[in-house]
Design a protein around this ligand. Sequence first.
Ligand code: PAF
Length: 282
Amino acid sequence: MQVIHTLAELRAALAGRPGAAFVPTMGNLHEGHLALVREARAQALPGAPVVASIFVNRLQFLPHEDFDQYPRTLARDSELLQSVGCDIVFAPAEKELYPEPQTYKVHPPASLADLLEGEFRPGFFTGVCTVVMKLFQCVQPEVAVFGQKDYQQLAVVRGMVRQFAMPLRIVGLPTVRADDGLALSSRNGYLSATERAEAIHLKRTLDALAAASRIAGTPLATLEAQAMDALRARGWAPDYLTLRRRGDLLPPTDEERSQGAPLVVLGAARLGTTRLIDNLEC
Ligand code: PAF
């Protein structure tokens, strides 16, 4: 496995090796990322390289967020990537990917990107789309694999690839969970032991919201408010817990709720200083 830090070396390593399967990450890898790399290997054409990037993208962090604190663990990440058959790790320095201020940006549509995560992290999806577009230009993959844990991110990236007619496939992989059901996340590492034990209640509350929202009668807004209150009562500070349509992430109609349309519950909440997100298709 090669660990590459410059675009010139990456292009040289990929020359004559078309069809790369790509997993973009911000590092501090866990089993969820490794599942993405295994899927990339499964999706790659025979002989095509599997590439993972590790880059903590400043553009997708707000000034008060954890950009500086985000763990940089390249040596450990490289060992893990090697163990799952990654061929190339692309880990550029900030100056390599952004040698000048990145004034050209990809702005996803407000109708998809300014709700949910975008409401609480303004500009987040512009930062994500800009770096993902740039990484796709660097790697030129035939397929890229993303986790469904970042459900809205997956939808936004799919839309970008579709609308720009980018020549690659996007594959979404189900969330990998710990034994108790907590969605694996690099940010779980910020949790104290007590918070880690509590953290499963985000998923449990989403489970309960998903079940309740299929029963006709109570308005959705009431159910969502009850779910937020239930988490608040346990000491959480929720940003949102909500039922949405899977396709456009807008609220479903009462008919869609009662007639089994494909929906998803999504939630984001802060436990202590750690902000966790999760979702469940239902
Ligand atoms: O999901 C992530 O880790 C990041 O948002 C991504 C896709 C690597 C872009 O920085």
